[in-house]
Ligand binder design. Structure first.
Ligand SMILES: Cc1ncc(COP(=O)(O)O)c(C=O)c1O
Length: 410
């Protein structure tokens, strides 16, 4: 049942429709080139290369497909190990499992929910081939530390920047710092075309083979450049490229990506201010953004003191028509994660995020009233729960240390 003063609900997500998408999609539909690698695809590539500074961008049908391309491109083989967080989406691991590799799950930093470099370093073996940092919530991982570990051991770094478009680490675009980066344009992301993604390539030595994998294992791109007169099967590959109709929709979204991030960052900040006191009182822990990171307003989360409090928060806000879902179920605890992967080290922060994290509604175009409704009802539910669920927050957190060491389920 809705509370009397919540007139309308607030969904967790509402994909944004900008000014140009319909016109661009009509033009693509009316054109003779609707298949992949057409003029709209080329414009998206240029936009991504100019905006992120990567050497080459390739649109893919999803971030999942971009991760699968990355695993193929790096020649990942059965028995290879790939170090990654457990607190991530299944595709981060699946792309490498498809090549027979073993995901080695390590813990995250409890302040950012991002891969903890010290845990990565401890998990390296002679079978390690790559590290996959996931930039959770569009906040950059500690890329200097991760790149230093990779360099020391001769490893590849694939940034899972599914949530990272328009966010930076030390001024560099997420996804353009490792050898490869992957972006998602799924409907839940800031910039979306329904389903879509991109592979960003920084390492120029990987570009030529990436073009072959992208075009079903053929040298068709060489033919288009006039370097061969007919194209043929030269390597493994798949149909990774989206149609030019999808690219047309995406181009409209990309052209508004900066405004989208601005709009979302404003809402993010309103939430951050509104829940400051609740954090001081030890009722929630808010996200922490390192000084060297500029986030893109992709996601606002709160960490509740226990799984029971988190589940009650979600249920009570759902009754008020407000969508506040939890996020990842840690991969190492899932049936496939247990079957295909292994864990290195403790998983305290991962378990806490899996059990205690909720996401608040955040999308471009939320009205002031929408935001106020979420804040008012969110604070009201926290007050209700405060009476029932005693938070176990160490004194350091009460003094304002963000994301202090709460334990999962405590
Ligand atoms: C961290 C991460 N990686 C990969 C993906 C997969 O993205 P897509 O749905 O575009 O395949 C997601 C999806 O939400 C994600 O959150």
């Amino acid at each position: 049942m809705k509370s009397a003063d919540v007139e309308k609900g607030v969904p967790f997500n509402r994909p944004y429709l900008g000014r140009a998408e319909l016109a661009y999609a009509s033009a693509a539909l009316a054109s003779a080139h609707r298949q992949g690698a057409g003029p709209f695809t080329a414009r998206c590539h240029t936009w991504l290369e100019d905006t992120t500074g990567c050497a080459k961008a390739l649109l893919t049908s999803s971030c999942t497909a971009a991760l699968e391309m990355a695993a193929l491109l790096l020649g990942i083989k059965p028995g290879d190990e790939v170090v990654m967080p457990s607190y991530t989406f299944v595709s981060t691991a699946n792309a490498f499992v498809l090549r027979g590799a073993i995901p080695v799950f390590v813990d995250i930093d409890p302040r950012t929910q991002n891969l903890d470099p010290a845990r990565v370093a401890a998990a390296i073996t002679k079978r390690t081939k790559a590290i996959v940092p996931v930039h959770y919530a569009g906040v950059g991982c500690d890329m200097d530390a991760i790149m230093a570990i990779a360099e020391q051991h001769g490893l590849y770094v694939v940034e899972d920047a599914a949530q990272g478009l328009m966010a930076t680490y030390k001024g560099r675009a997420l996804g353009s710092i490792g050898h490869l980066g992957t972006i998602s344009f799924h409907d839940t992301k800031n910039t979306s075309c329904g389903e879509g993604g991109a592979l960003l390539i920084r390492d120029k030595a990987l570009i030529e083979r990436a073009l072959v994998l992208w075009e079903k294992g053929t040298d068709r791109q060489k033919m288009l450049r006039g370097e061969v007169d007919k194209y043929t099967w030269v390597d493994v590959g798949s149909s990774f490229l989206p149609s030019d109709i999808t690219a047309a929709i995406l181009l409209g979204q990309l052209e508004e990506a900066a405004a989208t991030a601005e709009d979302r960052r404003r809402t993010w900040m309103l939430y951050h201010d509104a829940f400051e006191e609740a954090e001081r009182e030890g009722i929630v822990v808010r996200p922490s953004v390192p000084a060297e990171c500029r986030h893109n307003g992709h996601l606002y989360y709160l960490l509740l003191p226990s799984a029971a409090a988190r589940d009650a928060f979600i249920a009570r806000l759902r009754q008020r028509g407000i969508g506040t879902p939890f996020h990842y179920v840690p991969l190492h605890s899932s049936p496939a994660g247990r079957r295909f992967g292994r864990v290195h080290g403790p998983m305290r922060a991962t378990l806490r995020a899996g059990a205690c994290l909720v996401r608040l509604p955040l999308w471009r175009g939320m009205t002031a009233e929408d935001v106020e409704t979420v804040i008012r009802e969110g604070l009201a539910v926290l007050a209700e729960l405060g009476g029932r669920v005693a938070p176990h927050i160490p004194p350091a957190a009460r003094r304002g240390t963000p994301a202090a060491a709460l334990t999962a389920g405590s």
